[in-house]
Design a protein around this ligand. Structure first.
Ligand code: SAM
Length: 275
């Protein structure tokens, strides 16, 4: 029987760092499957966040025209380079992705796809960064913890539906691609995982001010058990919040989790017009 385990960290005496979200993929079939699901064409450019020791990277470089990989841990870099030494299309940045200057991506002519087995402790900041700051990336294939996958595909009025669900679904269509058990990683995380695809969409109905829309959504969910009228008071006076809700035809006693994306767009437009 074929042994599908890679022993990158063991063979290289690498000590994994929990604080950096280092759960390395050791199941080779999963690494290959992720890259195959990412459907990379030979003219595509790939950005990989957290290549680690190269479990996914070594497959990505075989498919893409070029791979830009951002890894914060300088101790991982020599092993990453060794594991991808057969390739000449990998550019490694020893940088924190949340601080890196990514403006060069906007000048690339080819399609740019983000692929990552994400460091889970910064899942939302990374997704947010590529959703609305890095315009050039239109598609992401990401390993996230199962709970995040559930939240991102949650329907209105369910327990998983929150501000992140609304903001991500405003910008994109999310599809679950593959369930991955905790046994596929070393060390094993204490949660199961799922590979998702985030495909950016161009909405017909857009808010007048996207930043305001995001602000209104976030404050409406500030305290889940409070009504939308109460939560909006972190931004506006009670009187103003009540007027905005009335003009947007939203019952002030409702909770944010019962509002659809279109209702939030309408509410932020009412507020924009009143400001
Ligand atoms: N891609 C590898 C794999 O699948 O085996 C490693 C994935 S591991 C879940 C996450 C990786 O992200 C680690 O290598 C970690 O060092 C790196 N990382 C953590 N925080 C980072 C940051 N802010 N910027 C860039 N890389 C980061």
């Amino acid at each position: 029987m074929r042994d599908n385990k890679n022993n990158n960290s063991k063979n290289n005496n690498f000590k994994t760092k929990k604080a950096l979200g280092q759960c390395f993929l050791t199941d080779e079939r999963i690494c290959e499957r992720i890259v195959s699901l990412a459907d990379i064409k030979k003219e595509d450019i790939v950005v990989e966040v957290g290549p680690g020791l190269g479990a996914i990277t070594k497959h990505l470089v075989k498919k893409a025209k070029k791979v830009y990989a951002f890894e914060i841990d300088n101790e991982a870099i020599p092993i990453l380079k060794k594991n991808t030494s057969f390739s000449d299309n990998l550019i490694v940045y020893n940088e924190d992705i949340l601080k890196a200057d990514l403006s060069f991506l906007e000048d690339i002519k080819e399609d740019v796809i983000l692929v990552s087995n994400l460091p889970y402790y910064i899942t939302s900041p990374i997704i947010s960064l590529f959703l609305y700051n890095v315009k050039k990336v239109k598609r992401m294939v990401l390993m996230v913890q199962k709970e995040v996958g559930d939240r991102l595909s949650a329907k209105v009025s369910t327990k998983d539906y929150n501000s992140f669900t609304i903001i991500v679904s405003y910008f994109s269509k999310v599809t679950k691609l593959l369930n991955v058990s905790r046994g596929s990683f070393t060390p094993s995380p204490n949660v199961d995982s799922v590979v998702i695809e985030i495909d950016k969409i161009d909405r017909e109905i857009k808010p007048l001010d996207e930043d305001l829309f995001i602000k209104v959504v976030n404050s409406s969910f500030k305290e889940r058990r409070k009504t939308i009228l109460n939560n909006l008071q972190s931004l506006y006076t009670k009187e103003k919040a009540a007027i905005y809700l009335e003009k947007a035809s939203i019952e002030p006693g409702r909770r944010a989790e019962t509002l659809s994306i279109d209702e939030f767009i309408n509410l932020s437009n009412v507020i924009k017009n009143e400001l």
